[in-house]
Design a protein around this ligand. Structure first.
Ligand code: NAD
Length: 254
């Protein structure tokens, strides 16, 4: 159940230029992982991978797939298994936000939120877990959100909160079933992080509002989230599973 020295992690949603996934991929690569980026656009995923590979001693490569498309995910993961070192890590970062108030929410928006933020995580995880079981070791980390704990109140509303809360039950359940194979599964729950998930940079007013509610008086960064994820995926964290680690500057306790 020890992680092999030469090993690969998939990071989904790592092609966003100011996003969390890109920094997670970079941080994992600096900490000994070969990294396979999966994002919607193949060219963007490959370009991001080339940039990260240029400053890493490990291999970083990119693939295009929609995580809600099981056939596309299967093809890409099979290619990663064939062309990269043992696939024993997965950081589920891809996600979409939902700013619509509940009274205006349409059924298609609800369905797409659950599809990407919950079902997509399941599709990638179930496929990658097959590889982990064959190696009898694995590390899975998925990103939930403070929205799941507080009922929104930051960027995203009801279907996002529901999907992100679903990831907690999902993670605890797979942790229970897969522990015997040396696989850990954990959640990281960030508070508001300064990225472009809402379609552009946060306003200074928005940032000041968040910071006012935090104990640590600065806006959270992708690096703060990456530090938690890299730790939970490290060889040293093999006895930590089914945990939910908050990265929120004390915005929410629980
Ligand atoms: P972002 O929009 O910058 O990045 C999200 C990435 O996911 C993009 O590269 C996008 O192309 C990719 N993606 C979206 N749908 C996909 C799909 N169907 N298949 C493959 N890739 C897909 O967002 P971010 O702020 O970096 O958020 C990353 C994760 O962190 C998300 O899961 C988000 O819900 C979560 N999160 C963010 C914050 C925050 O404040 N930014 C807080 C808590 C949780």
């Amino acid at each position: 159940h020890e992680l092999p020295h030469n090993r690969t992690a998939i990071v989904t949603g790592a092609a966003s230029p100011r996003g969390i996934g890109r920094v997670v991929a970079d941080d994992l690569a600096r900490n000994g992982w070969n990294v396979a980026i999966i994002d919607l656009d193949a060219n963007q995923a490959e370009a991001t991978a080339r940039e990260l590979a240029a400053r890493s001693s490990t291999d970083v490569r990119g693939w295009g797939a929609d995580i809600t498309d099981p056939d596309a995910v299967d093809r890409v993961v099979a290619d990663i298994e064939k062309t990269m070192p043992p696939l024993v890590g997965l950081a589920n970062i891809a996600g979409i936000s939902s700013p619509t108030p509940y009274l205006d929410l349409t059924l298609p928006e609800w369905i797409r939120q659950i599809e990407v933020n919950l079902t997509g995580v399941h599709i990638v995880t179930q496929r990658v877990v097959r590889s982990m079981v064959s190696h009898e070791v694995g590390r899975i980390v998925s990103i939930s959100s403070i929205s799941a704990q507080r009922g929104g109140g930051t960027f995203s509303k009801t279907p996002y909160s529901a999907a992100k809360a679903g990831l907690v039950g999902f993670t605890r359940s797979i942790a229970r079933e897969l522990g015997e194979h040396g696989i850990t599964a954990n959640i990281v729950s960030p508070g508001p992080i300064d990225t472009d998930i809402m379609g552009g940079p946060l306003t200074e007013e928005r940032k000041a509002g968040f910071v006012g509610e935090q104990l640590i008086k600065r806006v959270g960064t992708p690096e703060d989230v990456a530090a938690a994820i890299t730790f939970l995926m490290s060889p040293r964290a093999g006895f930590i599973t089914a945990e939910n680690l908050n990265v929120n500057g004390g915005h929410y306790m629980g």
